[in-house]
Design a protein around this ligand. Structure first.
Ligand code: G6P
Length: 466
């Protein structure tokens, strides 16, 4: 396939979720919202003049309407994939199968079940990937670099390679990668198709060596190795400049006042901020906190667990049930232990970035205990932002453990008793030690800022390969 005559993009990024989304207002006009995150700041590092294009999916009705009306931003191309195809690809395959495989989330005695319904959804996943590959093939200049993101788009590198052999194609996984024994659960033909799809890239990026090694092991197991594709590790770090500036703006200061009021004067805080995501282990975090209050009654009235659990993927029943369980358990702890003047758990579910930063700033302890996580940026952000230097209780199953393990209190995320003890240890850590550790955590967390993370990949992709 030849690039279309006006194909000018030299650098292309492809991801399911793009940098902008649209809402239809009451008066019928469209309002745009810009998202944040590592990719957005990463791409901005190549400068406004670069011929860059971000290809993403229309996710909401507002997005689809924007595509239909031809509303959009320079440098962003949104794909209007039919809603039913999109739902099958995103909810059915990407989030219910691939996310579950890489995070090892299945209750294996009863799931997964790869039946005719799954095959139907898989066909949608293929056509959703094909839509991306075709759009990229059409828009990329001769020899351009294309950076494909994440498990939603595993088949794109192979499809794009077939259409445009001249391109430099990279793919980056923001998730863990499943070990071969777990990956074997996938039907053989689909496992092969996924790996061969990925191997269509010149270079595959991962957040840690652990995930890169798992990918290579799956390739050895299923498709006889990597062929000519390279793997690389790029441990995305926190954006210190942005975070420190943003965390001292007026709206954050306001929320600090409100949050301190909710917590109560003089009390310690254990802070967590997550999407309400099965892999984040919020329920065991609450159980650990409850065990702390049981075993160490001296903490009652003196500590508050500030837990922000923002709704995610609510089209999936299992996520809705998990969200409800988090809320139920928080209420149970509050009614079982709370007093007229003390609410042990302050739980908020409405997404508010300024309030998250406020919680980071007042944190004495940050609890990051996922059962499995590609990186976990919260673990990297809190030590950077916290006013007095917080202690970090960190799961050894988070990618961030590789870089932060030395100065965190490391836990097995399944071990509620050990986590309760780590919380106690964190709360009793001398202030000076806490501050010193937080300083080192913060340095490690910001070693590879998003801009450099992005440029490193781009340079590696454009450099001599093989
Ligand atoms: C993870 C994935 C991202 C995804 C994000 C939010 O971090 O690696 O690709 O965008 O979760 O999930 P959502 O389904 O809301 O896009």
């Amino acid at each position: 396939m030849a690039p279309s005559p006006d194909a000018a993009a030299q650098v292309l990024v492809a991801s399911n979720r793009g940098p902008v989304s649209y809402d239809v207002q009451d008066d019928g006009t469209l309002a745009s919202r810009r998202g944040g995150g590592g990719l957005v700041s990463g791409l901005s590092a190549i400068g406004p003049d670069a011929d860059a294009l971000w290809v993403c999916a229309a996710l909401s009705d507002g997005d689809r309407e924007a595509v239909r009306r031809g509303v959009g931003e320079d440098g962003v191309r949104m794909l209007d994939i039919p809603a039913d195809v999109y739902a099958d690809a995103y909810n059915g395959v990407a989030n219910s199968v691939l996310w579950f495989v890489h995070h090892m989330l299945y209750q294996t005695p009863v799931e997964p079940v790869f039946d005719a319904e799954f095959r139907r959804q898989w066909a949608s996943y293929e056509s959703y990937n094909r839509a991306f590959a075709e759009a990229l093939a059409e828009s990329a200049a001769e020899g351009a670099a294309v950076l494909v993101q994440d498990y939603h788009l595993s088949l794109v590198p192979g499809m794009l390679r077939a259409l445009r052999p001249d391109l430099r194609i990279g793919h980056f996984s923001h998730t863990p990668w499943a070990p071969p024994e777990y990956f074997r659960m996938l039907p053989d033909d689909i496992a092969e198709q996924l790996l061969r799809g990925m191997l269509g890239a010149d270079r595959l990026g991962f957040l840690t060596e652990r995930w890169a090694a798992a990918f290579r092991a799956c390739c050895a197991d299923r498709v006889g190795g990597l062929g000519t594709t390279e793997t690389g590790v790029h441990g995305l770090g926190a954006d210190a400049d942005f975070l420190r500036r943003r965390a001292h703006e007026a709206d954050v200061e306001e929320r600090i006042v409100a949050l301190r009021e909710e917590v109560g004067a003089g009390r310690r805080t254990i802070v967590r901020v997550d999407r309400t995501e099965l892999s984040k282990n919020i329920v065991r975090g609450l159980l650990s906190y409850r065990q702390l209050l049981d075993e160490r009654p001296e903490w009652r009235e003196r500590v508050v667990h500030v837990a922000f659990a923002y709704p995610s993927r609510q089209d999936l029943a299992v996520y809705r049930e998990y969200t409800a369980e988090v809320q139920r358990l928080a209420e149970e702890i509050n009614s079982g232990y709370g007093t007229a003047s003390w609410t042990p758990v302050v739980l908020h579910v409405k997404d508010d970035f300024a309030r998250s930063l406020a919680a980071y700033r007042i944190a004495d302890v940050a609890l990051v205990n996922p059962i499995r996580d590609g990186m976990n940026l919260v673990a990297k952000e809190v030590p950077v932002v916290s006013d007095e230097g917080c202690a970090l209780v960190l799961s050894r199953e988070a990618g961030a453990f590789e870089e932060l393990g030395e100065d965190a209190l490391v836990v097995n995320p399944y071990d509620v008793t050990a986590t309760a003890r780590a919380l106690h240890e964190a709360l009793t850590m001398p202030k000076a030690e806490r501050a010193e550790r937080a300083k080192r955590l913060s340095a490690a967390a910001t070693a590879l800022p998003p801009s450099q993370w992005f440029l490193d990949q781009l340079n590696a992709l454009r450099g001599p390969l093989g």
